[in-house]
Design a protein around this ligand. Structure first.
Ligand code: PMT
Length: 211
């Protein structure tokens, strides 16, 4: 299969030296890319900034901002059999980027943010993508019901939910614990190393491929 994977955080610049980002390390997405390549799939990894090692033998597309990730996904997704969105994309970016470093003149500073494009949400509706579509859901409460709402809204075949309120799993941890939310069923995958979970994810994604 040809599999597209998004990974890592995005960085949304504020001025030449500052940006808004989040705690995603890229570990989950890179582990999935590694597992997919090990299973002989053709992998395209579109990633925000990460210190993880890029797996051998894959197509690697580095990006910084959500808009760059949006355009990269738009360019590649049409050729894919499956797409797995593990990136933690900033939902908002600064409305404008200051040309010079912002000076600390006032006691308070108000930032205006504008919405970024919803990349996963665009796969079916804007990119007319027909392959297997897998989203992640980073939740801090009502994990299953929030993930199920995302599954329906973004027309996914599977949403992989993780509880990011926990320190021992999720963001920037070597381990994770997953809830696989399908249109008709839900399956729990107990806490394990992200590399072990990545192999399970690739098996489940392969099972979703029409025979
Ligand atoms: O990178 P690690 O440190 O290993 O951490 C892993 C992880 C916690 C980042 C990962 O397991 C995870 O949960 N990734 C999704 C993070 C996220 O942004 O979730 P969300 O619930 O806000 O978004 C839902 C889905 O829409 C995700 O598939 C996301 O990639 C996608 N999305 C979100 C916003 C946006 N503008 N475009 C998107 O494509």
């Amino acid at each position: 299969m040809k599999i597209l994977i998004t990974a890592g955080p995005t960085r949304e610049p504020l001025d030449p030296v500052r940006y808004l980002t989040n705690r995603s390390s890229g570990k989950m997405g890179y582990a999935i890319a590694d597992a997919a390549a090990a299973a002989n799939h053709h992998v395209t990894l579109i990633s925000g900034p990460s210190n993880e090692e890029v797996p051998d033998g894959i197509d690697y597309i580095p990006v910084e901002t959500a808009e760059e990730m949006y355009h990269a996904v738009q360019n590649y997704i049409g050729k894919m059999d499956a797409a797995i969105f593990a990136a933690a994309v900033s939902d908002y970016r600064p409305a404008s980027i200051a040309e010079q470093k912002i000076k600390k003149t006032e006691d308070t500073l108000t930032l205006e943010l504008v919405k970024n494009p919803d990349i996963l949400g665009s796969a079916r509706s804007k990119f007319s993508y027909q392959g297997v579509l897998v989203g992640f859901a980073a939740e801090t409460e009502n994990v299953e019901s929030n993930a199920r709402a995302k599954l329906m809204r973004k027309q996914c075949d599977l949403v992989i939910a993780n509880d990011v309120s926990r320190k021992d799993i999720g963001f920037d941890s070597n381990e994770n614990e997953l809830l696989l939310v399908y249109p008709q069923t839900t399956e729990s995958i107990p806490k394990a190393d992200k590399h072990h979970l990545a192999h399970i994810i690739i098996e489940k994604v392969t099972d979703l491929q029409p025979k």
